[in-house]
Design a protein around this ligand. Structure first.
Ligand code: SF4
Length: 83
């Protein structure tokens, strides 16, 4: 795959899921500014980092979410409504 495109592109729910809770405009911005912006950029995506650390990434995590994997898993575990 082209290095410009994130290695998670085909499986990432932010990119692929029709039910991902994000306005179309925001989604397009993330695609442009992270997912298709080159390896140097998508390597900085919080969703990429979370997936690499936890082997999954909850929907509340966005590319520019400022949280550690430990904080993310704690929030996920504390709230049964999150997916
Ligand atoms: S949101 Fe992050 S992990 Fe998902 S495809 Fe875009 S850059 Fe990759």
């Amino acid at each position: 795959m082209d290095d410009n495109i994130c290695v998670n592109y085909e499986s990432c729910r932010l990119v692929q899921a029709a039910d991902f809770n994000l306005k179309a405009e925001q989604r397009s911005e993330y695609l442009r500014n992270y997912c298709r912006a080159g390896k140097d950029v998508w390597l900085t995506c919080t969703r990429y980092f979370t997936k690499s650390q936890l082997n999954f990434c909850p929907d509340f995590v966005l590319p520019d979410t400022d949280a550690t994997p430990d904080e993310i898993i704690a929030r996920f575990d504390a709230d049964e409504t999150l997916s």
